[in-house]
Design a protein around this ligand. Structure first.
Ligand code: ACO
Length: 327
């Protein structure tokens, strides 16, 4: 068994663009506040009829085509999402059907915004053991539907989208180190309280708007800055690499101030950091594979480049890995 790497990548963002000026029309907010406090200028919203599995399926088809294989070759599909089509069945099963991956097992993985990092880490282990030759890992969200239109604190931050990768054996390069982390004692910082076993739907849930995301932004901010630095350093140490050895840093796109503070702690120059938050806002588990696909399509990723991807989010969780690009 050889190394495991990324054989194909693809992404999709919905056409509908919502600018900060559009937000000004519905909320007590301003373009100036959103831009300076978060770095967001606009974000994409899914069409009313589009679901998370629709976005995921488009990204998945693009990644499979890029890998030069067919959907029937996929052995396993893992979808990292916080906004599944339904509570069950798994969105991954719906994607399996939509792309015709009839030989694949499929399940969802919920790990907050690091969902795609967790899914890819898990998927890579299955390739490494030889259980599956090709694993499709997806980060996909229609997360804007989990947000309260009347809450300026959360509604302005998020956007929809999907990114996908095909994992398999590579002759050179591939994954060099992984790290996953969770601290459930901080779970209350970021929740969607209702709709599960703790608080099933009721009139009271609707009246109190508990079917929407609740966030302690300041605590999430502190956790995120700490984790970007800590977990990125750990994956570099594990791989025997220094910041100078990394060509591209792709952090989760939650807030430009989180990215800047985290990268400053690590001593990473801005030219190496991939930023898409201005265009797409926080697309949760989709943000990193979308950013990866963008630099790949723009021809910026070269064979042999070390790429460090790092994310943090609800759980609270964080995750990171280093992959040497092998395409
Ligand atoms: N427009 C205008 N004013 C606003 C807005 C808005 N959209 N949102 C908040 N404010 C106000 C607040 O009410 C507050 O006013 P006050 O001082 O009169 O009370 C003021 O702005 C400052 O509020 P802070 O909370 O101090 O603002 P902060 O600079 O911390 O920015 C933010 C808030 C953007 C939410 C920040 O804390 C943040 O980005 N946190 C991390 C959030 C995050 O990344 N979440 C996703 C994690 S990933 C996942 O798993 C989904």
């Amino acid at each position: 068994m050889g190394n495991v790497g990324i054989l194909g990548v693809g992404s999709y963002v919905p056409e509908k663009t919502v600018t900060n000026f559009d937000m000004e029309k519905i909320l007590d907010t301003s373009d100036e506040w959103i831009r300076t406090r978060t770095g967001i200028i606009e974000r994409r919203f899914a069409d009313d009829k589009q679901t998370t599995s629709d976005l995921a399926a488009i990204a998945a088809k693009r990644a499979i085509e890029d890998a030069g294989i067919s959907p029937e070759d996929i052995g396993l599909i893992i979808v990292g999402t916080n906004s599944p089509d339904m509570r069950y069945p798994a969105t991954a099963c719906l994607v399996q059907d939509k792309i015709g991956a009839k030989n694949a097992a499929a399940f969802d993985l919920q790990a907050g915004c690091p969902g795609w990092i967790f899914a890819t880490t898990v998927g890579a282990q299955f390739v490494k053991t030889g259980m599956y030759k090709y694993v499709l890992t997806i980060g996909a969200e229609v997360i804007t539907r989990m947000m309260d239109k009347t809450d300026r604190y959360t509604y302005v931050l998020f956007g929809d989208g999907a990114g996908a990768t095909v994992l398999g054996n590579v002759e050179e390069g591939g994954f060099k180190s992984f790290e996953l982390y969770a601290d459930g004692s901080l779970a209350e910082y970021l929740t969607l309280p209702a709709g599960g076993s703790r608080l099933p739907f009721s009139q009271e849930v609707l009246d109190k708007r508990l079917h929407y995301t609740k966030m302690n932004g300041r605590e999430v901010f502190k956790f995120s800055v700490r984790e970007i630095g800590r977990i990125s350093k750990n994956v570099m140490d594990k791989a025997g690499l220094k910041p100078d050895d990394i060509r591209w840093f792709i952090p989760h796109q939650a807030n430009i101030r989180i990215i800047d503070a985290g990268m400053k702690r690590l001593g990473i120059p801005k030219e190496k950091v991939v930023v898409t938050i201005d265009k797409y806002g926080n697309s949760s588990a989709a943000s990193i594979p979308i950013a990866l696909d963008e630099i790949y399509r723009e021809g910026k990723l070269k064979k042999g480049d070390n790429v460090l991807m790092v994310s943090f989010g609800a759980g609270m969780t964080s995750g990171a890995f280093v992959v040497e690009w092998s395409k």
